[in-house]
Design a protein around this ligand. Sequence first.
Ligand code: ADP
Length: 498
Amino acid sequence: MLDFKTRKEVDAVLDTTHLIGKAFINGNFVDAVSGETFDNVSPRDGKVLNQVASCDSPDVDLAVGAARKVFEAGTWSDMEPKERKKVMLRFAQAFADNAAELAVLETIDMGKPIAESTGFDVGAVYECLQWYAEWCDKVYDEIAPSGPNSLGMITREAIGVVGAVTPWNFPMLMSMWKVAPALAAGNSVILKPAEQSPLTALRIAELAAEAGVPDGVFNVLPGFGPTAGQSIGMHMDIDALVFTGSGEIGKKFLQYSGQSNMKRVWLECGGKTPFIVFNDCKDIGEAAETVTNSMFFNQGEVCVAPSRLIVENGIRNEFMSEVRAAASKISAGDPLNPDTKMGAMVDENQMNRVLDYIKIGENEGAEITTGGNRANLNIGGYYIEPTIFEGVRNDMRIAQEEIFGPVLSVIDVTDVDEAVRTANDSQFGLAASVWTKDLSKAHQVSRKLRSGSVWVNCFDGGDITMPFGGYKQSGNGRDRSAHALDKYTELKSTWMEL
Ligand code: ADP
């Protein structure tokens, strides 16, 4: 596994890294048609890293034109599955060969600790690329159970041109969860990374081209939501739109679809994960470490962050002293240092948004027992202390709204029914975690939770083989696993009289 031991090793990679600032359309790096660029700022010190092309509808038109043309030519969409697999595997290998550079780019662009970029993100992206590469020639279509005089074939076909609009919290991984299955199924893709973190997507597009992904098949358009993002959402010649981000913008994509060509829209719009600890939890120390490390992982900028800790009364005091002790070992620091456990918030807006929520929680009457302040003013970036609110009621805004920062809300409950009711009393339904040594209780509670994933006696369990996505306003459709292919294919029924 890739692992930087010293800051010197990190800086050596940084020194040789080239920051790409152009759009990638039809196999070429180009300026935006308007010539406009924006400042790409690093959250670690607030300084400008580079200028990046600011794409808008003329650029989207160019990319979609190229994507459609190559789709219709069949260069990729009709390539022999085993040949497409070979290209995808080369792409995965090119990614792995450049993992150190990509990890450093991810860290300087969005502020996550380098140890997380190397220890989690690059490995997960590589696994995803490889897994969908192998899918190309492994999955069969269906023959319907018809009588001897007819033949019913149920086949999957690539949907065409896919637009992917992605967030800044796991820029590579959230993008590749969409791009890899879309490409494996034979589609052409237009990816718009978040404006806060465009660097890795652009470098990955270059690697894909070097690996043999044909021109026009994978395009990357950096730019802002209301310009590039909206133009993709409204485009009449994009067949499907996949999105991870806020519910507010997810709803806009549903509207864009209704106002344009009824493109299929698949959304992952965050969560407010309940982490439920019952009195009969078998290892309080492990549960406390897990909720704390998971909450402050990636600065809390994680859609499944266990931001509602629901604890049954009998163990509450003992459990919370373990959580506070675990949190005291975590502090925000320069994300390029290999021993940093929590990095910088992605930008000034996000930092201020989280600080506002901390004020809201205090005004609502919850008690801050850890953190609550901005940190590291000397570095110049956007840092916040790990923060814990206790005495939270589930109807408070800090328990209902997605903060997307290092803020844990602790809610006390008296029994199993109240725990389940509280967990489900949310507009979200992305994930939940349950801690008990009673197997029957674990099963019964898991079934009652209205949530796309349930993790029992663990957190964020599963890998690329398991679907990921949400109930309710956490979205629709699933990333990961073979189920993700549903989003990138149409189902055709062909009936023949024999
Ligand atoms: P966050 O609030 O966490 O930044 P957003 O939902 O605003 O999340 O952003 C996720 C993605 O959606 C980003 O790529 C962003 O540029 C894009 N986006 C933001 N606003 C719009 C919009 N009005 N139309 C289309 N895309 C948008």
